[in-house]
Design a protein around this ligand. Sequence first.
Ligand code: SF4
Length: 483
Amino acid sequence: MKFRPYDQAQTKFVNLDYRKILGEDSDAVMINDIIEAMDISSIESRYGEVGNLAYDPKEMMKILVYGYYKGYFGGRPLHRNYHEDLGLRYLSNDDFPDFRTINVFRVKFKDEIADAFAKVVMLCRELGMIGFKNLSIDGQKLKANANVFQNKNLKSIRKEKEKIEKLLKKLLNNEIEFKSEEDEKKKKKKLQRRKNRLEHATQLLMDAGAENDDKLRYNLTDPEAKIMQDKRGVKNPDYNAQNAVDDKFQVLTGVNVIDTQSDSGQLFPMKEESEKNAGSPHEHTLADCGYPDKIMFTQMEEDPTTEYYVPDKTMHSSRDDKYNKWNFKYNEEQDVYFCPQGTKLIFVRTSKDKDGFRYRQYQAEDCGNCPVSDKCRRKSKNKNKKIVNRTISVYPQDGAVARMREKLDSKDGKKIYQVRMSTVEPLHGDMQKNRGFIQFVMRGLEKVNIEYNLLGIAHNIRKIILHRADALKKLLGTAQFTA
Ligand code: SF4
């Protein structure tokens, strides 16, 4: 005999111990033990005594977290992989819920899932994984579960509605033949549903003033998703997922998904979210120039809990532009500015910009014979228009902006700000490239936030397994663990 016996038809009578087969260091066992130690009584208390016996909420949580950990984002993919994934068999104890049961649980316990994210952040803290030195805040655009071609303006929605109404009329007059009555009913129902959706969209667009604005659009697949432009310039119906990340092990200390392209206004809420989840503020808070508006620079200076490192929008471009207002010299005694050509700019008026911020305007005394006038002054479209001397707008907050620039340009400031790049960019890459989360599965702002919380839990657990597996086992063995 040359080979070992190999008969696949031979059945076996075995005692299955999935935990033993998987091993104590396996992802499924670690996830199991973390959720097992977690207090989820708030979920348990929402189940009543009557009706069919429900799946244990701990089992449901374990399955969902494991799904987002492995890349099975939702009930159907989890169900598809159940038979072949030993981890899922262990976590479900071979009593796997229906895909609808999983999806309903995910939506029903959205607050508890957000709470579980905060508990895992606290667990990371207990394991010494949060350094509280540098907190980086950044957003990533993630595709919504929405068809880009379903993004329509009022005109095209009305056109489609007319087409559907004509079809419905034909159906009523029996002008279209169907194979069966069942088919006819189905078609009618489908058209009516689409018509209702179009009517709803028409109303919303009209309320938003779409009669006078052709650019206003509504996505018929996910109305809450917005057309956003990613880093490569590609436009899609997206959501903007905000992250607060600690730099020690890239633990996520705060997440929130918003439906606006701009990150503006998210700096303080994200910093506070991180503080709430992790229990303490960070020494430094870093964000890119998309976050602050003018007033925030003063607020950042007044916040005693952290030191901010956040550039303004023109910090980098104004460095190379000699004629940018930031390169004009101020004389405090005379309250005048001097341009690079030595021309004096004197105070002319105070005014308000489109965002309501007050500013002081200074104007050059005479730019008529300036040899660099083309580089400095904005070109007028009207060639016959009289030359207007250069003006600059000076905001009360400019002092705080200048101090921030100085801080970021210092040796220490540069070193600290560089941390931002190496903290948040790998996180985005890991989520999208390695874990395959390039698109939300659910629709609507509230639901995509549930998904992102689950993704955040999975991300942080991965970090625990990578860096603190032994410490976790020790902690889970002690009575003090309170996650
Ligand atoms: S255009 Fe006016 S403000 Fe600008 S550099 Fe020339 S003189 Fe100075």
